[in-house]
Design a protein around this ligand. Sequence first.
Ligand code: FAD
Length: 393
Amino acid sequence: MCPDPCYDVIVVGGGPAGSAASIILRTEKLRVLLLEKSTFPRDKPCGGCISQKTVTFLSERFDTSVTELRQKQVITGKADSVDIWINGSNVFSHTLDIPFYFINRALYDSYLLNLAKEAGTEVHEGTTVLTTDPILGTVQLADGRVIQSSVIIGADGVHGNMRFYLPSYSQEKDTWRSNLAIGIKGTIPWDRWNSKQAGLRPDCCRPSHAGLFFGVVPYGYGWAFPHREGVQLGIGGLIRKNRGKLREHFIRFLRLFGTDPSEMANIRGYPLPFGMVHADAGYKRLLIAGDAAGYIDPLMGEGIFYAHRTWELAALAAIDGIRSGILPDIMYQKYLREFLIPDIRWMKIYSDVIYTGLACHLDIIISGVIHLSGPYIIHNVSNGWGSEINKVW
Ligand SMILES: Cc1cc2nc3c(=O)[nH]c(=O)nc-3n(C[C@H](O)[C@H](O)[C@H](O)COP(=O)(O)OP(=O)(O)OC[C@H]3O[C@@H](n4cnc5c(N)ncnc54)[C@H](O)[C@@H]3O)c2cc1C
C-alpha cells in the first residue's frame, strides 16, 4: 500500500530539467513532489542563449511567448546576426532568419518553477536528496526522511548524485570524466564596453549581435553574447585538454577585447558535460534527465533545450509506466533513442571535425568547412537536426 504522503512522481532538482517535468506530469493529474536543495531565485552560471527550438518548445508546451518573457525581464537580449572567428580571422558572418535570445538564468528557472507550483506541483525548496533506491522508488532526504513514489526523475544537474544509481554509469565513469568541460563567464557593462576603442577588438559584440570564437581554447570555444546589462564574455573547454589552463585562456580571451577580469562583473566557472552520447539513462523506477545524464549539445554546449526535452521524455515514460503498471526505464530509453540521441550524434560528428581539425592546426580547412556549411549548421543548431526533435504528443 502507498504510504502517506504518497506521490506518483518525485522530481529531484528544480532547474530546466526538473521544474518543467512536473508541469507536464501535473496536467495528467499525477501527484508530483519536486525537491530542490537551493532556494530560488538561484543563479546558475550560463551563457543564457536559447535557440528557436527552445522558444518553440516553451510556446507549444506552456503557451509562453517571447513577448511575455521579455515583459517579465526573463529575456534580456537578442542577436539577429552572428560572426564566427577562428584564431583572429572572421570566417563567417550571418544574418539570422530567426534570432537567438539571451535569458537571465535566475529569472528563467524561477519562472518555470512558478509554473510548476501553479500547476499544483508540491515544491520543497531548501531540501537536499541524499540517496535513492531505484527498485523501491524511494529517496532519502538529508533530514533522514524517506519518501516513496512510483517514478523518480533525477534532474539534479552536473554535480548531482542520482546518476550514480544507474548501472550503466559505473561502466561509463571514464567517458563521463573525459567529456567534462568547464565554462567560465563574466559580464562587462555596456558603458565600459562602449568606451573601449572599437578598433582594438573584433567587431563584436554590439546589441543584437553575437560572436563565436574558435581556437581560443582547445576543444571548446569562446563567446560574446549581448545581454541587457552588458556583453557576456565566456569560454568553455574540455578539462582533459586544458589541464589547469582554462583561467589562463579566459584571461587571454578577455585581452582580445582590451579588457581583463577587474572590469568584469560576476565572473563564475562551472562544469558542463560536453560530448556524452548515451541512452541508458533509466533504471527501474529512476530516470535521469538534463545535465545529470550528460545531455548537452557537444558542439555549442547548449543544454537548456536538452534539459527540457529529456524531462519531457522522462515525464512521458513515467506516465506510460504509471498507467500500464510497468517500469518506465525501457520506455524512456526508447524515447531517447528515437527523439534525442540522433540530434546529439549529428552534433558530435560536427564537433569532432571542428575541434579535432583545429587541434591539428587545420585552420584553413576548418575555416572553409565553417564558411561553406555555416548557414546549415546555424539553422540546425537553432531548429534541431531532425524533424523529431520537437515532436509534440
Ligand atoms: C558557463 C556555462 C555556460 C552555459 N551556457 C549555455 C547557454 O548559453 N545555453 C544553453 O542552453 N546552455 C548553456 N549551458 C548549459 C546549461 O546551463 C545546462 O545544460 C542546464 O543548466 C541544465 O539544466 P539542469 O536542469 O539539467 O541542471 P541545473 O540547471 O544544474 O539544475 C539542477 C538543480 O538540481 C539541484 N540539485 C542538485 N543536487 C540536488 C540534490 N541532491 N537534492 C535536491 N536538489 C538538487 C540544484 O540545486 C539545481 O537547482 C552553459 C553551462 C555553463 C557551465
